[in-house]
Ligand binder design. Structure first.
Ligand code: NAD
Length: 420
C-alpha cells in the first residue's frame, strides 16, 4: 500500500505548482513541527504487562492551536499519523477554522481489548502526552475506533493531571461532560449537506440516486442513515469484514443493518454487516466498483487506486474517509469526469462541530442542536462555493482547488507571524 504521507505531499505539490508557492513556505508545509512517540504500558486482564506504541504529530499551528483526532488501529504507523495531521492542517484552513492540524494514533486493535484494558490504554495515552496537549495547545477528538466514551476517559485523565476539570481539552465527549449532541452526526452531516448541494446543482432527485457507502462506523453509518431518511437508495454498505449489496434494487435499510450488527456489552461489536443474509455479500473491492451514482468511502486510506479507478461507476465520490483516493487515481477519476468532493472538505463537518464544542466549553455556554446544525450548514455551503470558485479560477479539480485555498490561508498566517 502506498505511503499516505507521500500521497499527501504529492497533493501539496500539485496545488503548490499551480500557484507557485514560495520555497520557504513549501519547506514549512513539507514537514511536521513536532512528532511525539510514546510507549503506553497496560496491565492486561491476564495479569501481564503489554506495551503499546502511541503517536501525536503536531503538523502546523500557524492558524491556531493544533486540532486532530486519535486513531486506535492495528495498522497505525508514523507515516499515516503524519499524513492525517497534514490533512487536518489543510482541512481546518479550508473551512476557515482558527486551528492548526495534528493527529494521534495508537497501534492496537481495540476490538481485542476488554473495556477495562481500553480505559487504561486511553488514560495511558494522556499520561504520556498531557504536557503537549490542552485547550490552548492541541485538542484531540475521536477518529477510527475511538469514540465519545474514550474521549470522556481522556478528558478525565487530563483533568486529574491538571488538578481542575478541563472540558475544552478534548472534543467528541459525552454530552453530560461538555460534549454536544450534534458532534456524533457532524462528519456525516457535513458530507450530506454537500451531497444535497451537488444534487441541487445537477437537478437530481434523491429517489433517482443510488448510494454505496464503504465503512459502517460513525461517518459511514450516519451518512447512510441521513441519505436513507432523505429518500436516497442505499445500494451497498460495508465494514472491515466485507460488504453487502441490495439484491433486488429495493435498497438497504441501514438502521436494520445496524441493529443486527450490534452486540450489547461490547464497545466494538465483532459482528459484521455480512451477517445480513437477505442481502448479497460481496467484498469491499467489489463494493467500490459496483453500479451506483454516489460512492462514499468512509473507512480508511488508499481505497481508490490506480488499479480500480478506471472501474469506478459512480459519477460523484464524497470522501468521508481521510485519504481514500491516491493521487494516481485522482487523475483517472478527473479524466473520466467523476466529481470527487475531497476529504479536506467532505469530512470537515466533524472538526467544525468539534470547534463549536470547544468554543462552548471555553465560553461556558451552550447552543441548541438546531443552532449548531444551522451554523455547520452555513460553513459547509460557503466553503463548497469557495472551493468551486477556486477550481474554476485555476481550472483544477476540487482537491487541488481546496488545497490552494488552504495554502493561501496558511501562508498568510505564517507571514502574519513573521515565520516566512
Ligand atoms: P469508526 O471506527 O466509527 O468506523 C470505521 C469503519 O470502517 C468501521 O465500520 C470498520 O469496520 C470499517 N473499516 C475498518 N477497516 C476497514 C477496511 N480495511 N475496509 C473496509 N472497512 C473498514 O471510524 P469513523 O470515525 O467512522 O472514521 C471513518 C473515516 O472517516 C476515517 O478515515 C476517519 O479518519 C474519517 N473521519 C472521521 C471523523 C469522525 O468525526 N468520526 C471525522 C473526519 C474524518
Amino acid at each position: 500500500m502506498k505511503n499516505p504521507f507521500e500521497n499527501a505531499m504529492q497533493q501539496l505539490t500539485n496545488a503548490a505548482d499551480v500557484i507557485g508557492v514560495d520555497e520557504n513556505v513549501l519547506s514549512l508545509l513539507q514537514r511536521p513541527q513536532q512528532i511525539h512517540e510514546i510507549a503506553i504500558p497496560v496491565k492486561m486482564d491476564n495479569g501481564k504487562l503489554k506495551t503499546f506504541r502511541g503517536y501525536r504529530v503536531q503538523y502546523n499551528n500557524a492558524r491556531g492551536p493544533y486540532k486532530g483526532g486519535i486513531r486506535f488501529h492495528p495498522m497505525v504507523d508514523i507515516d499515516e499519523v503524519k499524513a492525517l495531521s497534514f490533512w487536518m492542517t489543510i482541512k481546518c484552513a479550508v473551512v476557515g477554522l482558527p486551528y492548526g492540524g495534528s493527529k494521534g494514533g495508537v497501534e492496537v486493535d481495540p476490538r481485542e481489548l476488554s473495556k477495562r484494558e481500553l480505559q487504561e490504554l486511553s488514560r495511558g495515552y494522556v499520561r504520556g502526552l498531557y504536557l503537549e496537549i490542552g485547550p490552548k495547545i492541541d485538542i484531540p477528538a475521536p477518529d477510527v475506533y475511538t469514540n465519545e466514551q474514550i474521549m470522556g476517559w481522556m478528558m478525565d485523565q487530563y483533568s486529574l493531571l491538571k488538578g481542575y476539570t478541563s472540558p475544552g481539552s478534548f472534543t467528541g465527549k459525552p454530552v453530560e461532560i461538555g460534549g454536544i449532541t450534534a458532534r456524533a452526526s457532524a462528519t456525516a452531516r457535513g458530507g450530506f449537506i454537500l451531497l444535497e448541494r451537488m444534487m441541487k446543482k445537477l437537478n437530481k432527485k434523491p429517489a433517482e440516486m443510488r448510494v454505496a457507502v464503504q465503512g459502517f462506523g460513525n461517518a459511514g453509518y450516519t451518512f447512510a442513515c441521513l441519505a436513507y431518511d432523505a429518500g436516497y437508495t442505499i445500494v451497498g454498505v460495508s465494514d472491515s469484514k466485507g460488504a453487502i449489496v441490495s439484491k433486488n434494487g429495493k435498497g438497504i435499510n441501514p438502521y436494520d443493518v445496524f441493529e443486527r450488527k450490534q452486540e450489547k456489552g461490547k464497545i466494538y461489536c465483532d459482528k459484521s454487516v455480512c451477517d445480513m443474509k437477505e442481502y448479497k455479500a460481496v467484498t469491499n473491492e467489489e463494493l467500490l466498483v459496483m453500479d451506483c451514482d454516489v460512492l462514499v468511502p468512509a473507512a480508511i486510506e488508499n481505497q481508490i487506486t490506480a488499479e480500480n479507478a478506471q472501474d469506478i461507476k459512480a459519477t460523484t465520490v464524497i470522501e468521508l474517509a481521510n485519504g481514500p483516493t491516491t493521487p494516481e487515481a485522482d487523475v483517472v477519476l478527473h479524466d473520466k469526469g467523476v466529481v470527487v468532493i475531497p476529504d479536506v472538505l467532505a469530512n470537515a463537518g466533524g472538526v467544525t462541530v468539534s470547534y463549536f464544542e470547544w468554543l462552548q466549553n471555553i465560553q461556558n455556554t451552550s447552543w441548541s442542536e438546531s443552532e449548531t446544525n444551522r451554523k455547520l450548514s452555513e460553513i459547509m455551503t460557503q466553503s463548497y462555493e469557495q472551493m468551486h470558485k477556486s477550481a474554476e479560477k485555476y481550472n483544477v479539480n476540487y482537491r487541488t482547488a481546496s488545497f490552494i485555498l488552504a495554502i493561501e490561508r496558511i501562508t498568510s498566517a505564517m507571514e502574519g507571524r513573521g515565520w516566512v
